[in-house]
Design a protein. Structure first.
Length: 349
């Protein structure tokens, strides 16, 4: 959860701020462009609006489109030609999955579906826990990205449990591509904020983009009022081309008998990962930051440094289940932390 802290500056060379909101990937996407060329900014909004619609359609795991078709064809266990919009995601996700020791595992789409998070927007739905035997069956089938055999543009798998869900990663890829589009259009200064996950280009009228990171506690409705003063738990400045992604247990969840079940599933247990409240990763590549925040969340306070090292990350903040804040050394030098949590600073190298 993040928000933009607006900064104002009196300068004659000040560029105008153009903002547009669109809905994609299940979230509001705020696009801010600084420019003195209004037609160009408007053209950029139109372009990105069409692009986000297309990516959302192409990369949805079960709504009809190229990814759901890929999932159907994988289940047949016969080689087929990959859709061009899917192959690069599979290739990048495979590498990231290996570097996270399989904690980021987009092949567990069937396991994620057992948890019915696709029903969160359906007010009529009554949540029940998945049957333990179904979770056990998925763990035994153990689908991984390595089960997808790539031969040129041909794909196939011998593991019928493979079902791709890029929910932990696609938004990052989309932000990388969207920012590249803006650059190609000649826009140098912009911020795209997709429900708190964001990427910036250039500067905010001569200054770094200043971002507030919201407290996971403040994001919980029942605690929000009591902890209003903590709603922004940290402030950080982002420089040209940097991305900031957060995975949290407060983002998508349901509760049964007072126990929270959230959407980040530990592929080793089949259950929501229990060691973290949130993980924020800063990196240039938004696809990397997105996959990494999910993987480090699952790794928790004991395991995050190893995975961060393998991903060559520098900037990590992990808020553990007991509210201890773990900062990488580099992150501690950049982030301004406002909460009164216990802070532990660790080297990644
Ligand atoms: P994020 O908010 O980026 O951490 O992504 C969470 C989403 O990724 C979930 O809603 C699922 O669709 C999917 N997901 C859950 N667990 C995993 C996992 N271990 N590896 C990859 N994707 C996952
Ligand atoms: Mg993610």
């Amino acid at each position: 959860m993040l928000l933009l802290l607006s900064g104002c500056q009196n300068s004659t060379s000040k560029q105008k701020l153009y903002q547009q909101q669109l809905f994609s990937f299940g979230t509001l996407i705020d696009i801010s462009i600084l420019s003195n060329n209004e037609p160009l900014a408007l053209k950029a909004f139109d372009t990105l609006s069409a692009d986000f619609d297309l990516w959302h359609h192409d990369w949805h795991p079960w709504n009809p489109g190229p990814l759901s078709r890929t999932n159907q064809l994988l289940a047949l266990q016969e080689p087929f030609s990959s859709a061009p919009s899917i192959l690069p995601l599979i290739e990048q996700a495979r590498q990231l999955s290996v570097k996270t020791d399989g904690l980021f595992n987009p092949a567990i789409g069937q396991l994620v579906r057992l948890w019915q998070f696709d029903q969160l927007e359906n007010e009529q739905h009554t949540f029940t826990l998945p049957a333990a035997r179904n979770i056990k069956a998925m763990l035994e089938a153990s689908p991984t990205m390595g089960d997808i055999i790539i031969d040129g543009i041909q794909l196939h798998t011998n593991n019928p449990a493979v079902f791709l869900d890029f929910g932990a990663f696609a938004k990052g890829v989309a932000l990388d591509r969207a920012m590249k589009k803006l650059k190609n259009l000649g826009i140098k200064n912009a911020l795209i904020n997709a429900g708190g996950d964001l990427k910036v280009a250039g500067k905010n009228n001569g200054r770094a983009w200043r971002i507030g990171v919201k407290s996971p506690q403040a994001a919980q409705p029942q605690l929000a009022a009591a902890r209003q003063q903590l709603s922004v738990i940290a402030v950080i400045e982002l420089h040209d081309g940097e991305s900031l992604f957060t995975s949290g247990d407060y983002e998508r969840f349901f509760e049964i008998d007072g126990t929270r079940y959230h959407h980040i599933i530990d592929p080793r247990t089949g259950y929501p990962a229990a060691q973290s409240h949130s993980v924020t990763v800063l990196a240039k590549d938004a696809g990397l930051a997105d996959a990494a925040s999910t993987a480090l969340f699952i790794a928790g306070p004991e395991g995050w440094q190893k995975i961060a090292r393998q991903l060559e990350l520098a900037y990590v903040m992990l808020i553990a289940a007991d509210n201890t804040v773990y900062l990488s050394q580099a992150m501690s030098e950049r982030i301004q932390f406002l909460g009164d949590n216990k802070i532990v600073i660790k080297d990644i190298e």
